[in-house]
Design a protein around this ligand. Sequence first.
Ligand code: ACO
Length: 326
Amino acid sequence: GRGAAITGWGSALPPTVVTNADITTLFDTSDEWIVERSGIHRRHQASGPFVADADQPPVHPEDGIGSTAKLAIEAGREALEQAGRSGADIGMLILCTTSPDQAVPATSSAVSAALGIAGGAMDLNAACAGFTYGLVTATGMIGAGLDRVLLVGAETLTRITNFADRSNAFLFGDGAGAVVVEAAPGPGSLLGWDLGVDGTLVPLLYADHGGPGMAMRGQEVFRRAVRVTVESAELSLQRAKVSIDDVKLFVPHQANIRIMDAVADRLGLPRERIASVIDETGNTSSASIPLALVDAARAGRIAEGDLVLLAGFGAGMTWASAVWRW
Ligand code: ACO
């Protein structure tokens, strides 16, 4: 088959920055508690109590461009520019999101129109494991004959956050990250991967249409996340026939710094090799892995040929990992 490679990347964060001090105005909590329990100092928000009414994008806009689409367009445009491509070169847009702008149609439709995507477009919802699900899907489509896929992770989690619930409202943020995935000579970059879901665990983390927002059993999610992420990452390493020592950069789902550190420790990976933006972004679900990956790429932390380990877990409960040659 044909292999795939990442040839461009981009990111977007909404302008409103919400600090832990801002969060303390919502309910009884403190900066110290939030930092110690999660590693989060700030997050960017496109909607919610700290965004001026005039800036709040409508949930059902007539042009179909809500806040998730806006972030996806900005990140996608930057990734295309960096790859030296335009929408006309793209055979498929995969938009990974668990906070689409409306129930129907897929948010990818509006993004596709704005970017002039020549091929198809679809949303992919695997919650916080979404981007890695998308990377494996994009690589598969390239194996099946497409030349280029634009893969975006974009979220406006603040639209489904319960700002009255102090047990989790401080965790979530908004943002988007994008990569262009292109056909490459040889075996390509996806060396090993693992995707999974355990649907019996839906009650641990969910948000209903029209409900109060995200409900989460935090401690159960925490314990399970560490175990499942480690197991999945080990499976991907084994399938890639590499060891953890070969991994230059570990890009975990940015849910909680304690989960990220615990996973790295159990894998035997030094914490310096973790890519982390959680202090600045909070948990951005499908956007978290591409935001951390793009940040590391810009900082020069990965060079061509380096091995990157992606791993995440999310509502569903889903999980996903992949070993990718940069
Ligand atoms: N401020 C101050 N105190 C608080 C707050 C708050 N915001 N929230 C809860 N507390 C209190 C609780 O009431 C509890 O008090 P008690 O001991 O008197 O009963 C105490 O702090 C400890 O609460 P815990 O829930 O045990 O806190 P924990 O250490 O588990 O941290 C957290 C909570 C950060 C949510 C953690 O459980 C976690 O990160 N879980 C995983 C979350 C996650 O990864 N979610 C993403 C999954 S996928 C997705 O993103 C869609």
